[in-house]
Ligand binder design. Sequence first.
Ligand SMILES: Cc1cc2nc3c(=O)[nH]c(=O)nc-3n(C[C@H](O)[C@H](O)[C@H](O)COP(=O)(O)OP(=O)(O)OC[C@H]3O[C@@H](n4cnc5c(N)ncnc54)[C@H](O)[C@@H]3O)c2cc1C
Length: 296
Amino acid sequence: MTDVLILGGSFAGLSAALQLARARRPVVVIDHGLPRNRFADASHGFLGHDGKAPRAILEEAMAQMRAYPAFRRVEGEAMSARADGSGFVVSLTDSREFAGARLILATGVRDTLPLPGMDERWGQSVLPCPYCHGYEVADQPLGVLAVSPTSIHQAAMLPDWGPTTYFTQDEYLPDADESALLKRRGVTIEHTPVVELLGAAPGLEAVRLADGRTLPLHALFTGSRTTFTHPIAGQLGCAMEQGPSGPYLRVDAMKQTSVAGVFAAGDAATAMYNASMAAAAGVMAGVSAHRSLVME
Ligand SMILES: Cc1cc2nc3c(=O)[nH]c(=O)nc-3n(C[C@H](O)[C@H](O)[C@H](O)COP(=O)(O)OP(=O)(O)OC[C@H]3O[C@@H](n4cnc5c(N)ncnc54)[C@H](O)[C@@H]3O)c2cc1C
């Protein structure tokens, strides 16, 4: 049995592993190799790595991690877990099993996008977040396609990057205060739903509306429905919260879930998606898992 088993070896999981490996605690990271931002050519806003390809950041991290004898990475997909004595046993899809005294869930989330034509443009011209990719599309015609009440806030922010149309999809209509805010910010409000994205993917040239009109657009910001990538948190009985895009794991300030010995970090345990925040949460989860082993 290893001291700490970490599911997910991306920003959150490797950050947790780094703290534990430096504490010389045996740590095994099980990773499927599919970080959420893999569709983007470049990751932005991560201090010291701004503009690098997501995979390049993780490869550099892995090269550093391999220097620590206590660290081991296993390529594989975890599918189930159970409490077992003083720890946890995780089973992979290929039937291998790994045991750890502590478990850190850092497996991110899976995205399901609202319209056809978005998958092939995701991270390129259909974008989740203006801080990540707004600078690169600045001063071009931009849109926000509403998927939840928080879309209105994204639409209010986006004019700092470019002229903005807010597509309510005839569903997420601004109230009087929100309408006034959007007006102040110079946002055009369009109620007729977007039904099609036009232009050669992964680029975007325009959107077609349900009434047949087309509006030129260089980039469309939107949100996904998010789901867990595996049923493990539910199997272990971890409590969850409901965010605007989907469920996430409830953790305290130390990244402890509602189940003793199980910690969670990154996109799986927050409604605020950002690589730096995932890395910071991973650090806390790693330190907390270490502390709980020491205090045992
Ligand atoms: C298109 C797009 C672009 C983005 N651009 C940026 C950006 O520029 N800047 C920024 O700060 N943020 C960006 N983000 C957000 C950022 O990607 C996430 O906040 C960050 O990746 C979260 O890190 P994480 O470690 O929690 O999860 P992830 O990076 O998603 O990593 C989860 C890891 O766990 C593995 N995994 C999942 N399930 C299993 C399983 N069952 N068994 C084993 N391993 C598993 C996955 O394969 C993956 O390697 C972007 C998001 C998207 C969708």
